[in-house]
Ligand binder design. Sequence first.
Ligand SMILES: *[C@@H]1O[C@H](CO)[C@@H](O)[C@H](O)[C@H]1NC(C)=O
Ligand SMILES: *[C@@H]1O[C@H](CO)[C@@H](O)[C@H](O)[C@H]1NC(C)=O
Ligand SMILES: *[C@@H]1O[C@H](CO)[C@@H](O)[C@H](O)[C@H]1NC(C)=O
Ligand SMILES: *[C@@H]1O[C@H](CO)[C@@H](O)[C@H](O)[C@H]1NC(C)=O
Ligand SMILES: *[C@@H]1O[C@H](CO)[C@@H](O)[C@H](O)[C@H]1NC(C)=O
Length: 365
Amino acid sequence: ILKIISSEAFLLLIFIYFLSRISVLAPPHLQAMAGLPFTLACNITMETGEVLKQVLWLDMANKTILHYQPDKNDHVTKVDGVELSQQTASQQAHTSVITIRRAAPANEGCYQCLFDVYPTGQQRGRTCLSLTAMVEMMDNKTVVSGKPLTLSCKYVLSMRVRQVLWKKTAEQGDTATVASYVKNDRPIIETPFKGRITLNPSLGQTKLSIHQAQTEDEGCYTCEFHTYPDGIKSETACLSVYVLPKPEASYVTVSEDIVEANCSAVSRPAAEISWNVEGHNQTLGPAVTSFYQLGDGTTMVVSSIQMQAELLDDELVKCEVRHQGLESAIYVSLNKYRNFHVIPISASCVALVLLICLCICLKRC
Ligand SMILES: *[C@@H]1O[C@H](CO)[C@@H](O)[C@H](O)[C@H]1NC(C)=O
Ligand SMILES: *[C@@H]1O[C@H](CO)[C@@H](O)[C@H](O)[C@H]1NC(C)=O
Ligand SMILES: *[C@@H]1O[C@H](CO)[C@@H](O)[C@H](O)[C@H]1NC(C)=O
Ligand SMILES: *[C@@H]1O[C@H](CO)[C@@H](O)[C@H](O)[C@H]1NC(C)=O
Ligand SMILES: *[C@@H]1O[C@H](CO)[C@@H](O)[C@H](O)[C@H]1NC(C)=O
């Protein structure tokens, strides 16, 4: 019985539809992304004998934002930021599509399209526009230890934001709240971050500033906008903290004419070390690299290479240290340690000669 009733009801609906001749078609609701263009469309179908004289578009305040007369081509009157992007007319139908250049909070509301049809009269369509937005977060960042940095995040529909929250997820996966801000209140910085971090009092463009980055600041930061009625909108970016290497090189004589040279660098992440004499026929095998994790999150890398001592006389022996945080490699020369011993000796020889000359001179005079 129910089946029969419902199918009868359906037929009745179709009947009513054709009788009442719904001639303007427009989607009742539309969602647009803030900052992007959006289009509104209306279709009208007419019966034979009806003529479309004019098309008008009204905004939420019933102000005309665009109008034209289909039979007078190319004559469109419009306000700034609104374009007629399509008008297609066939014998008994007309489609009108307008584009609004940039969806802003002021564009929210119900728009109407009015078709002046002769002789029937005015037909209307109505579309209500609501806005939505995405959180705009900066990309992943790297900072050199000890330097300041700011993480920023933006939600353009700031009037809907009730609270801003920053959370940090450390490498181990545990998440902690760093700071928060509620309208008309002071930003709150959680205890472990107090004094080192500040938050600006803004619900739209939020900025979390770290005064001096430390290795423990590394992790992923999420900005959360608690909005009404859109709920929580969030985005995440990760921060890497670099400690730049200050490499050192030295060598010891292991046997009569063999020396072992070491080049070491403490950094985060680990540096890459190589030697310009690797593969030289006066070296004894390739360099050996060792890694030592230090307690403060840095890694010490030591590269050792053995060579014949005379190589230091023949060639400039350098170790090359590369690191993601450096624009170019750092070179540390080994020979300078050797020269360092030579220069004082030769200098003292010269001084001695001068002294002797002086003595002889004094004696004679
Ligand atoms: C209007 O008609 C066009 C084709 O003429 C169609 O693509 C469009 O989806 C229609 N729009 C509405 C709101 O019915
Ligand atoms: C705009 O026009 C519609 C229909 O004519 C009316 O219901 C509505 O109240 C008007 N809105 C404003 C803001 O004047
Ligand atoms: C940012 O870093 C995280 C973690 O290191 C990574 O998963 C993500 O893909 C990175 N995003 C971009 C855009 O590079
Ligand atoms: C070079 O490094 C190795 C391993 O770290 C260490 O055992 C050795 O004593 C170092 N030699 C020099 C000359 O510093
Ligand atoms: C190393 O190579 C050079 C030429 O590249 C050659 O003159 C020299 O004799 C070689 N030395 C040894 C120890 O093989």
